[in-house]
Write a protein that binds this ligand. Structure first.
Ligand SMILES: [Zn+2]
Ligand SMILES: [Zn+2]
Length: 569
C-alpha cells in the first residue's frame, strides 16, 4: 500500500467533486423545488371561509370578513415562510443525511433504491460516496436557504406594496367621501324624537341577509367593498353605491330616509304656542310646496313612506274636520321632505313640536333638534297677545275666541324658547327667522284691529307687537314676516295663491341654505298681477337692520308681501 496521505487526498478530492456535482446537478434544485411548492401550498388557503385551520375566524361585532390584506395575508406569508424552512430542514436531516447517507450508502446500499450492492467492491464504492453525498446535501441546503431568503425578501416587498396600495385606497376612499360631504354640506343627524343625535356613519343593512354593518366605509374590512358574512359584496363608499342600502341611526336604530347620507339636511322647527296654528300651517306648507312644484322647477317628494303616510293623515283630518288635532307627545318626529331645485337638493326636516314644549326651560331643552336648527319658523297667533285682546271691542272678542287663540302670546312664546336656542346652539345670531302670522281669515273679520297689511312687521308694530318685531330683528341674522290663512290654504276649495304663500317662508329659509329657490318667490312678486303695496305712510320700516346675509341678497326682502287678501273659505 502507498502513502496514506495520498489516499486521504484522493478520497478528499473525490468527496469534494461528488459533493459539488450532486449539489449542482440535482440536490439544490430538488431542495428549491420542494421548498417553493410547500410555500405555494401555504398561500392557497382554500376554501375561503372554510375549515382551513390556518384561517383564524373573525369574531368581532362587524358582520363582515376582514380584508385579506389586513390580516390573513400576513398569516399566509408567515405560514409560507415556515413551510419552506421546514421543508429544507426535513430534506436535509431526515431524507438526505438520515435515509440516503446513513441508512443506505454507509451500509453499502444504493442511495436511490436502497438495494444492497452485489459484491464487496460495489459496497465499498457506495460507502466511499457517502461523505460526498452528505457534503452535497449540506451545500444544497445552504445554497437553497440563501436563494429562498432572496425570494422571501422579494415577496415581503410585494406584500408590503399590496398592503400600502390597499391602505392608500382606503385613505383615498375616506378622504374623497369626507370632501364630498364637506362640499355638499352633509352632516347626518337623526330625525327621531329622543335621539336627534348627529352621527358620522349610519348603520347599513345587507340587502341579502339583513345583517347590520356599522363600519361600512373603507377600512380593515375592505377598501372599496366589504364582503358580508353571508357572502354578499357591499359597496363601502357613497360614491360606489352605498347610498342604495337601507340605513339606520347608530344611536336609536330607527330607519333613516335614503337621502340622509347624500343630501344636505335643513332642520326647521315650527315654534309657537299651543293652538297657534302650527300644524295647520304645516299642512298648508306641504300643500304650498306641492303647488309650487307644479308650476316651477321646484321638486318635492316625501323622504320615506312614513312621511307620506303622516302627511296624508294630516290632510285627511283637515278635510274631514277643518281642524288638525293638537300636536301630541313629548318630542316631535321630523316630517322629512326632499326639496330640490335644479341640481341641488335639500332634505328638509320639519319639526312640529307641541306648544307646551316651550313653556319652560326644561322642556325646551328636551327639544334637542333646536341645536341643529338652520332657521326658525315662528308661528304667531296675534289673537293670543294680551295687548291685542285688550284692543278688541264687543263682538270681536267672541270672533277672536271662535278662532281658538293660542294659550300663550307670541312675545311669551318667543321669550320661552329663544334663550334656550341660544344656549343649545349658540348660533341664533347666524340664523334666519321666518315669522308667520296665522289665522288671517279671523283677523280679516275683526273691526277693532287694522286689517293685516304689508309690510307685516309694520302692521305688527301698529297693533302693539313692536316689541316682538324689535326682538326678532335684533336676535336673528335675518327676519321676515308673512301673514297666512292656513284655512284658506288647505282642505277643499283651497286657494292656490294662499297655499303658495304659506310655503314661501319655508322657501325663503331654504334659499338661505344655498338652494336657489329665492328666485321663485321673487318672480311671483315681479309678475304684473302682483301686489298692491300698502300705504307706505303708515308703515315706517321697522326692521332694525338690513338683511345682508341671504344668498339672494335683499332683492327678495319683501317676498310674500302684498298679495291681495285671501277669501276665507
Ligand atoms: Zn349579508
Ligand atoms: Zn337616532
Amino acid at each position: 500500500m502507498t502513502d496514506p496521505e495520498l489516499i486521504a487526498r484522493i478520497l478528499g478530492a473525490l468527496t469534494g467533486v461528488v459533493g459539488v456535482a450532486v449539489c449542482l446537478g440535482y440536490g439544490l434544485w430538488r431542495f428549491l423545488a420542494l421548498a417553493l411548492s410547500a410555500a405555494w401550498a401555504a398561500f392557497r388557503t382554500d376554501p375561503p371561509g372554510g375549515t382551513d385551520p390556518r384561517i383564524t375566524p373573525y369574531t368581532g361585532p362587524e358582520p363582515a370578513r376582514p380584508a385579506y390584506w389586513a390580516g390573513q395575508m400576513w398569516l399566509d406569508a408567515r405560514f409560507a415562510g415556515q413551510a419552506a424552512a421546514l421543508t429544507v430542514w426535513y430534506l436535509l436531516t431526515r431524507h438526505w443525511l438520515g435515509l440516503v447517507v446513513r441508512r443506505r450508502l454507509l451500509r453499502g446500499r444504493n442511495g436511490q433504491t436502497g438495494e444492497l450492492a452485489d459484491n464487496g467492491f460495489g459496497r465499498l464504492l457506495l460507502r466511499l460516496l457517502a461523505p460526498g453525498t452528505a457534503l452535497a446535501a449540506l451545500l444544497s441546503a445552504l445554497l437553497a436557504s440563501v436563494l429562498l431568503a432572496g425570494v422571501a425578501l422579494f415577496f415581503a416587498v410585494e406584500i408590503v406594496l399590496v398592503a400600502l396600495a390597499a391602505l392608500a385606497a382606503t385613505l383615498a376612499g375616506r378622504g374623497a367621501e369626507r370632501l364630498w360631504k364637506l362640499a355638499l354640506g352633509i352632516r347626518m343627524k337623526c330625525p327621531y324624537p329622543g335621539c336627534y343625535r348627529p352621527f358620522p356613519l349610519a348603520v347599513h343593512l345587507c340587502p341579502a341577509c339583513g345583517a347590520a354593518h356599522r363600519e361600512l366605509r373603507p377600512g380593515a374590512f375592505g377598501a372599496l367593498r366589504h364582503v358580508c358574512r353571508c357572502g354578499k359584496a357591499l359597496p363601502s363608499t357613497l360614491m360606489t353605491g352605498r347610498r342604495a342600502l337601507t340605513a339606520r341611526c347608530p344611536h336609536c336604530d330607527r330607519n333613516l330616509p335614503p337621502a340622509v347620507g347624500t343630501t344636505r339636511v335643513v332642520h326647521l322647527p315650527l315654534i309657537g304656542g299651543t293652538s297657534a296654528g302650527k300644524t295647520m300651517l304645516l299642512a298648508a306648507v306641504l300643500d304650498g310646496l306641492r303647488s309650487w312644484s307644479h308650476e316651477s322647477r321646484l321638486t318635492v317628494e316625501y323622504a320615506s313612506p312614513d312621511d307620506l303616510r303622516e302627511a296624508n293623515a294630516l290632510g285627511q283630518e283637515l278635510n274631514r274636520t277643518g281642524w288638525t288635532l293638537k300636536t301630541q307627545g313629548g318630542q316631535p318626529r321630523a316630517l322629512m321632505l326632499l326639496v330640490g331645485h335644479g341640481r341641488r337638493r335639500r332634505l328638509l326636516y320639519l319639526y312640529d313640536p307641541m306648544g307646551e314644549s316651550f313653556r319652560d326651560a326644561d322642556t325646551t331643552r328636551g327639544q334637542g333638534y333646536l341645536a341643529h336648527a338652520d332657521g326658525v319658523l315662528l308661528v304667531t297667533d296675534v289673537l293670543a297677545a294680551p295687548v291685542v285682546r285688550r284692543a278688541l271691542h264687543a263682538g270681536d272678542t267672541e270672533r277672536a275666541q271662535a278662532a281658538r287663540p293660542a294659550d300663550l302670546g307670541p312675545v311669551e312664546t318667543y321669550a320661552g324658547f329663544t334663550g334656550e336656542l341660544q344656549g343649545l346652539g349658540g348660533r341664533r345670531g347666524r340664523l334666519p327667522v321666518a315669522t308667520v302670522v296665522t289665522k288671517r281669515d279671523a283677523l280679516d273679520r275683526l273691526d277693532s284691529l287694522p286689517r293685516p297689511a304689508e309690510p307685516v312687521e309694520a302692521w305688527l308694530a301698529e297693533i302693539g307687537l313692536d316689541e316682538l318685531v324689535r326682538a326678532l330683528g335684533h336676535d336673528f341674522a335675518a327676519a321676515r314676516y308673512w301673514v297666512v290663512s292656513a284655512h284658506a290654504a288647505t282642505g277643499a276649495g283651497a286657494l292656490d295663491s294662499e297655499r303658495r304663500r304659506a310655503a314661501e317662508p319655508v322657501l325663503w329659509l331654504l334659499s338661505r341654505t344655498g338652494l336657489r329657490v329665492g328666485g321663485l318667490v321673487r318672480d311671483r312678486r315681479e309678475r304684473p298681477d302682483a301686489p298692491v303695496r300698502a300705504d307706505p305712510r303708515t308703515h315706517p320700516d321697522p326692521r332694525d337692520r338690513p338683511d345682508t346675509e341671504g344668498t339672494e341678497g335683499t332683492q327678495d326682502a319683501q317676498v310674500g308681501h302684498g298679495e291681495e287678501r285671501s277669501n276665507t273659505p
